[in-house]
Design a protein around this ligand. Structure first.
Ligand code: CP
Length: 311
């Protein structure tokens, strides 16, 4: 297979295992490119990409922009806070105005689940979902799985990954569950009962409420922050209590018999879900995740751009 089975990247749910493996193989080549003295290839000189961010972002926005520039695409950036969205313009009108400027591919982050799919059904450009509310964050899951592959090898069969934290409000968790399961890994979620969706076991994941048990089970722990900005009520008594029960400390890590890999999609809340010495430890691959994000996004953009009619 030399191309993706999809025309847009809306979610991991829509990808096949072969799609994911093709993205990884393509990212391997681009990882070599971004580690060369000249970090650029001319592949997308004729392509224009718009990055539309209707929600805050540091890593994803910068990573997409770098990936696009490394591929030599023309790039325009849009952030809702400084746009005419504030004057009442609809999403579809905003996007159609941008597309009228001959944009080929749109990367969009939006607070509403389904926004990327909505757009893909109404505009001609290729769409990449950079996070839609609590739904999916597919490029994050791909870079997370790619980082696990780099550390633990290509065979995911039997690999055990626990996702710890605010599963209910996390798009990273859902995309990671889909991605890791498609690759053959076993997935567990861990957190307080109030932050784990009631019927999540129907997705085939294990559920654990004790952090030590979860860490003793896994090869990799992906620590998530509490998404306070998406919480309408209080889901636990205090952050201090959450940290006591679900915060990963160096003492806890050192007391385990197994040496596990620590991940975090960022932004980190140091001293809440993860202590500084764990985040900065040799077992943490948090910054490798960020580095891999550029190669993974180059791969996805390159593969989707090859489906654009360039005549
Ligand atoms: N991991 C992630 O999506 O980070 P940003 O919100 O900073 O893009």
């Amino acid at each position: 297979m030399d191309n993706l089975s999809v025309d847009h990247l809306i979610g991991i749910k829509n990808l096949t295992k072969e799609d994911i493996e093709l993205i990884f193989k393509t990212a391997d080549s681009f990882k070599q490119v971004i580690n060369r003295p000249i970090k650029k290839v001319p592949s997308l000189r004729d392509i224009t990409i718009a990055n539309l961010f209707f929600e805050n972002s540091t890593r994803t926005r910068l990573s997409f922009e770098l990936a696009e520039k490394r591929l030599s695409a023309d790039v325009v950036n849009f952030s809702a806070s400084s746009s005419s969205v504030k004057k009442g313009e609809t999403l579809i009108d905003t996007v159609n105005n941008i597309l009228a400027m001959k944009v080929d591919l749109v990367v969009m982050r939006h607070p509403n689940p389904g926004a990327a799919k909505f757009l893909s059904e109404r505009v001609k450009a290729k769409i990449i979902n950079a996070g839609d509310g609590t739904h999916e964050h597919p490029t994050q899951a791909l870079l997370d799985a790619y980082s696990i592959r780099e550390k633990h090898g290509e065979n995911f069969e039997g690999r055990r990954v626990v996702i710890v934290g605010d599963i209910s409000h996390s798009r990273v968790a859902l995309s990671n569950i889909f991605c890791l399961q498609k690759l053959g890994a076993e997935v567990m979620v861990c957190g307080p009962t109030t932050l784990i969706p009631k019927h999540i076991d129907k997705l085939g994941v294990k559920v654990e409420h004790n952090l030590r048990n979860a860490l003793e089970w896994c090869d990799v722990a992906n620590m998530l922050r509490i998404q306070l900005e998406r919480q309408d009520i209080k889901y636990f008594p205090s952050l201090r209590e959450y940290t006591m029960l679900f915060g990963l400390t160096k003492d806890l890590l050192n007391s385990l018999d197994n040496e596990i890999t620590i991940m975090h999609p960022g932004p980190i809340n140091r001293g809440v879900e993860i202590s500084s010495d764990v985040a900065d430890s040799d077992q943490s691959i948090i910054l490798q995740q960020v580095e891999n994000g550029v190669a993974i996004r180059m791969a996805i953009i390159y593969l989707l751009a090859s489906k654009i009619d360039r005549n």
